[in-house]
Design a protein around this ligand. Structure first.
Ligand code: DX5
Ligand code: ZN
Length: 235
């Protein structure tokens, strides 16, 4: 049975390292190491070369990782047909599946499909897409994912102009009394984390800042968790 991210409070920082920044020759080992370093989730960036201009990895890699790793698998589908591929990613071991509002499949049908397989559902949006594009779906989602870089590549610079979008989601979620985590992805590091947490995000994706932290993964995870006291429950 998939693990349920609803067991976590919405004001608790959760760290979800993106394996895109790991050494793929040592993937199993690095994933074990990052979980031992305190990460609650593994962020798995799937790209199809169509919705984004890059190709990463897919079902076989996730299937193999699942055999050795019990962390929450936070699958970020940057693919054009998330509805079509959802059953395959569930079978591979996904716990949570996020897809993009810019993809070609019907959002409501995709959410329904993810839920029908026992997983939690998330939606994401490109930096150029306004928060309001996801508002009609918020009551059906367990997480929204705010991109703070253009999706497609790790190691890009954090887009500060996306911070108000995080706050807009936080306000809307509070206003409607919804249970929905806010995840942020792209250029999140010890330097940028306070801004996203102060704006109301609690699930932090970081590739470079965790897997390539100069002082190691424990320091990378801790630098993100250190922002816990910046979370503003009253936003
Ligand atoms: C970008 C991916 C991100 C990326 C983050 O399209 O969705 O998850 O790997 O990498 P960093 O943390 O290096 O910006
Ligand atoms: Zn991602």
């Amino acid at each position: 049975m998939p693990q349920d991210i609803r067991k976590f409070q919405q004001d608790k920082i959760l760290v979800s390292p993106s394996i895109l920044a790991a050494d793929f020759c040592e993937l199993g080992k690095e994933c074990e190491e990052v979980v031992a370093a305190g990460a609650e989730m593994l962020h798995l960036d799937v790209m199809d070369g169509k919705m984004v201009p890059n190709i990463s990895f897919g079902v076989p890699v996730i299937t193999s990782l699942r055999k050795r790793n019990q962390a929450i698998f936070d699958v970020h589908l940057m693919i054009d047909r998330p509805l079509f591929y959802t059953p395959a990613f569930v079978k591979a071991g996904a716990d949570h599946i996020t897809f993009h509002v810019e993809s070609s499949d019907d959002p409501l049908k995709t959410i329904e499909c993810i839920h029908s397989h026992g997983c939690t559902a998330g939606m994401s949006l490109r930096p150029g897409t306004p928060a309001e594009a996801l508002f009609p779906y918020l009551d059906k989602l367990e997480m929204v994912l705010v991109m703070t870089v253009e999706p497609g590549f790790g190691g890009q610079s954090f887009m500060e102009d996306q911070v108000p979008k995080i706050a807009a989601f936080r306000r809307e979620i509070l206003r409607r009394g919804l249970q929905c985590h806010i995840e942020v992805d792209g250029g999140v590091s010890g330097k940028t984390v306070e801004k996203v947490v102060a704006a109301g995000a609690n699930v932090l994706v970081a590739g470079t800042a965790v897997f390539r932290h100069p002082e190691g993964m424990v320091a990378g995870v801790q630098a993100l968790r250190d922002a816990q006291d910046k979370f503003d429950s009253a936003l």
